[in-house]
Design a protein around this ligand. Sequence first.
Ligand SMILES: Cc1cc2nc3c(=O)[nH]c(=O)nc-3n(C[C@H](O)[C@H](O)[C@H](O)COP(=O)(O)OP(=O)(O)OC[C@H]3O[C@@H](n4cnc5c(N)ncnc54)[C@H](O)[C@@H]3O)c2cc1C
Length: 526
Amino acid sequence: MASNNCDKLTSSRIAIIGAGVSGLAAAKHLARHNPTVFEASDSVGGVWRSCTYGTTKLQSARVSYEFSDFPWLNRDDPTFPSYVEILDYLESYAKHFNILKFMKFGSKVIEVRFIGDGETPQMVDLGAYGNLLPGKPVWEVAVKTGDAGDIQWHAFEFVVVFTGKYGDVPRIPTFPAKKGPEIFEGKVMHSMDYCKLEKEEASHLLRGKKVAVIGFKKSAIDLALETALANQGGGGQACTMVVRTAHWVIPHYWIWGLPFFLFYSTRASQFLHDRPNQSFLRTIFCLLFSLLRAMVSKFIESYVMWKLPLKRYGLKPDHSFEEDYASCQMAIIPENFFEEADKGMIRFKKTSKWWFYDQGIKFEDGTTLEADVVMLATGYDGMKKLKAIVPEPFRAWLEFPYGVMPLYRGTIHPLIPNMCFVGYVQSSSNVRTSELRSLWLSRLVDEKFKLPSKEKMLDQFSKEMEVMKRSSRFYKSHCISTFSIQHANDMCSDMGLKPLRKSNLFLEAFSPYDSQGYRFHQEETN
Ligand SMILES: Cc1cc2nc3c(=O)[nH]c(=O)nc-3n(C[C@H](O)[C@H](O)[C@H](O)COP(=O)(O)OP(=O)(O)OC[C@H]3O[C@@H](n4cnc5c(N)ncnc54)[C@H](O)[C@@H]3O)c2cc1C
């Protein structure tokens, strides 16, 4: 696509792509640079607007899912807020900090082109990472707007990508010839398309239908419950969840009377876990601590098995709770989910392989499931979304060398100049991590500290990867939840801020690090 050479420079030096939680945090922290925020949809909120159903609620506690300088009004309310409350909270944040003025809604970035200094960077160059604001444009960004799909090019010195790991691009399973959705006489829909339906349409789609829900993560669980609720009373049909890998679910954040944060979210609890760049002595300690970690995991599993009928429904995972926690795979199960299962409205089929036939689904054990509607709650392909806009050769380096993005401090890709990515490395509280990374980024832009060489950044990432690989077979989900406090420590140290943020050593060791822990005073961040 050719850019016209006029009107490419906008008044901003920084482009932000996406106005979900991460884009909002960045817009606030980079406000003094007057960034331009391109958002494909017509408002803020990201997944909370595009990937939610009537029943979708937050799974984190309110205090874990808030911006440090904008507490929830009802932050002590122990219930999980609905997606409507979350959207309301995010809109209030945007208004409060006056960041809506940076937003260009209905503006989808469709292509990004590197101009740099005319030369394409080489992978072998592992020296210094340049300035984020070098004083001349580095990237051109093509933005599609309006119903007519007008395309405009803009030039920026620095592009911050917040397009999100979920939403927009569905992950659809593939099938051999004549075993795919084309031979099925019913309806096949991805959960993303279900989210777009109005309440009436959604209920009409599910009511009185034999529905198969594929998957057993948050979207699938909510969708199965929604199907069961739409089928109450005469004429209602049961829904069947097709489960390949069962993951641990918990009913709430209390385990045998103890608050959940004690197990993974305090310095003392994370002390038992491996962390990147640890000394040889610590590695030995962690090896010895593995027994204690296994006991913690079993303790939680014992509670879940007592509280929820996982065994009865064949849903006990084959791996430890710790592995799910370390890879951000754990979900909160809605209160009435197993009530519906007990009433026979939600059934489960464990299988590793399935395919379509004209009347429904066939399984590898030879059984079949008749269905009118097959809902694919099979997740999203956030990487495909990125690959659609990031040009070569950078596209080929996006997941180099481990199949996940080698993001230094969860933000900078050492091989891609003047572009960073926030919201791709997960933690147990994504608002907190996105906010901290945005603050870190704004200080980096202002040259309050310097990045190490590209080689050192890649090396740091490979150490993180080793830890993630040791902690969970699902390491590709790229999650830092078992060493999140160390990760935050490192960012604070880079910024010259105090990493120990509690008022005394006891609290430092045993109280959780929620967003308020990283509320920095004005004088600290000046
Ligand atoms: C159902 C569900 C429940 C969740 N529950 C929790 C939870 O309880 N706790 C938790 O910590 N996390 C949870 N998450 C994770 C959640 O993704 C993060 O908490 C957070 O909302 C992600 O924000 P983000 O800004 O990184 O991405 P997103 O919210 O995905 O925002 C990305 C934005 O970029 C825009 N965009 C994409 N491509 C383009 C483009 N080319 N041009 C312009 N704009 C573009 C999109 O329109 C969107 O607005 C949940 C996710 C889902 C899907």
